[in-house]
Design a binder for this molecule. Sequence first.
Ligand SMILES: *[C@@H]1O[C@H](CO)[C@@H](O)[C@H](O)[C@H]1NC(C)=O
Ligand SMILES: *[C@@H]1O[C@H](CO)[C@@H](O)[C@H](O)[C@H]1NC(C)=O
Ligand SMILES: *[C@@H]1O[C@H](CO)[C@@H](O)[C@H](O)[C@H]1NC(C)=O
Ligand SMILES: *[C@@H]1O[C@H](CO)[C@@H](O)[C@H](O)[C@H]1NC(C)=O
Ligand SMILES: *[C@@H]1O[C@H](CO)[C@@H](O)[C@H](O)[C@H]1NC(C)=O
Ligand SMILES: *[C@@H]1O[C@H](CO)[C@@H](O)[C@H](O)[C@H]1NC(C)=O
Length: 494
Amino acid sequence: MAPAPLAGGRLVLVVVVAAACMARWSEGIGVNWGTQLSHPLPASTVVQLLKDNGFDRVKLFDAEDGILAALKGSGIQVMVGIPNDMLADLAAGAKAADDWVATNVSNHVNNGVDIRYVAVGNEPFLETFNGTYLNTTFPAMQSVQAALKKAGLADKVKVTVPLNADVYQSPTGKPSDGDFRADIHGLMLTIVQFLADTGAPFVANVYPFISLYKDPNFPLDYAFFQGSSAPVVDGGVTYQNTFDANHDTLVAALRRNGYPNVSIIVGEVGWPTDGDANANPQYARQFNQGFLTHIASGQGTPLRPGPVDAYLFSLIDEDQKSIEPGNFERHWGVFYYDGQPKYPLSLRGGGNGNGNGSTLMPAKGVTYLQRRWCVMKPSASLADQKVGDSVSYACGLADCTSLGYKTSCGGLDAKGNVSYAFNSYYQVNDQDDRACDFKGIATTTTVDPSAGSCRFIIEITPTANGVAMAATVRVAGVMAAILAAFIHLVVPVF
Ligand SMILES: *[C@@H]1O[C@H](CO)[C@@H](O)[C@H](O)[C@H]1NC(C)=O
Ligand SMILES: *[C@@H]1O[C@H](CO)[C@@H](O)[C@H](O)[C@H]1NC(C)=O
Ligand SMILES: *[C@@H]1O[C@H](CO)[C@@H](O)[C@H](O)[C@H]1NC(C)=O
Ligand SMILES: *[C@@H]1O[C@H](CO)[C@@H](O)[C@H](O)[C@H]1NC(C)=O
Ligand SMILES: *[C@@H]1O[C@H](CO)[C@@H](O)[C@H](O)[C@H]1NC(C)=O
Ligand SMILES: *[C@@H]1O[C@H](CO)[C@@H](O)[C@H](O)[C@H]1NC(C)=O
């Protein structure tokens, strides 16, 4: 029986209102996909991981063919990136930018990749770069913009530059006093004018963890989203968390300089899980869940009510990132290197960061090397001169950032430390026997040395640049997948 017209009308209205609410409050969430790993997952596996978890936007740091090919037809919006070391070339003339856009944007857009932004450089004005990119960043943005215009893509693809939150500050600590950093004030206004003219967003990376890392007196609860014992009172507004305060410092800087309407994207926001006393899964979950729930509410920040457009940092741990900023740098992922979730997280908000929250979906079809680890020989002596040199060597080429005070493997004894370093090196080298010798003081084992929070990893099967495996090794891959699935059923270690 057909429903009465009135009832049908109401139903439509309800659906429309619900859809409008969804659009407002269930804004999707983006994520950064970095690729500085010794063993990257196949790009197609990562794209499936993004889809399974409902990430609808992804931010890349370059424009690798294999990754963009995997994103084709995925429905995921893409921000491609241009590394800082390419800025000088792009600034120098139109040809380089035309080539870059043709190869890395037009080709892929024509192929069904939903590219929305080009990020020209990555945090190029960081003080640690000593001004290296100050003269080239803006000209490079202009070149890329001109190239996109020539390619007929300027309406669809916007040019921006992700900047560290250190490009703005407040002399009083109150967000409403926010302004751009004095040494780059003029340059910032030039860039913001460009963003306003082209309808592109200001992309800012916001890191409460770094604030805490740099200042031991930073109030821990002010980093999270559950109220603070040290809120910042700014006129009629009380800031209970540093994210809102930081974001609104940027809003104030834009307003002060006559750009109240430039949109803002939070290019990176997150919390690492290892490599520092304050980097652990509990804090990371508390921060990320608090953040996701905060933005899912749709309330925005005091100076910018409404949806917040943000990209979590990051998707997967990267064992080859520089640890110059700190040992935590390789542990920002909400997933481990192999696409296994680290902690429960509800991307649509709702979880409170302590108890509830839904579980992330793990990567599917991941294949591992054999269940073999490298450890220090029980008969070897810590007094052996070879130990120190071997550990330095292993840790120089592999990843030992889970060792140290209050890290996941901080509780190991001295022999455990040595074994951890040896295994890390052995796995990076695809379990090559020659990588588990160390002049006779190391040996392989099939007994998992992992203990408590300390995971002795088994690497995943290597793939060429994280792109799909060659056809010849696919059969072996399928066998390994079956074997790995079997191992997982029997020993749910990971
Ligand atoms: C396209 O991007 C890739 C990866 O970032 C880069 O290596 C390559 O040089 C770019 N192509 C051009 C023509 O600039
Ligand atoms: C910046 O300058 C400092 C001090 O002069 C130096 O130690 C550092 O290596 C420089 N960094 C870069 C990226 O040039
Ligand atoms: C940038 O340009 C200024 C002014 O032309 C010049 O003094 C400075 O050395 C340049 N910086 C770099 C890193 O090229
Ligand atoms: C900002 O947007 C508002 C509302 O659309 C408009 O009235 C105002 O003129 C804009 N301000 C600037 C500086 O563009
Ligand atoms: C989790 O959520 C359920 C239902 O929403 C609620 O009953 C329960 O108390 C929550 N648990 C925690 C630890 O917050
Ligand atoms: C293990 O290694 C870490 C990092 O090098 C060091 O801080 C710690 O003191 C070592 N522990 C032991 C028991 O040697």
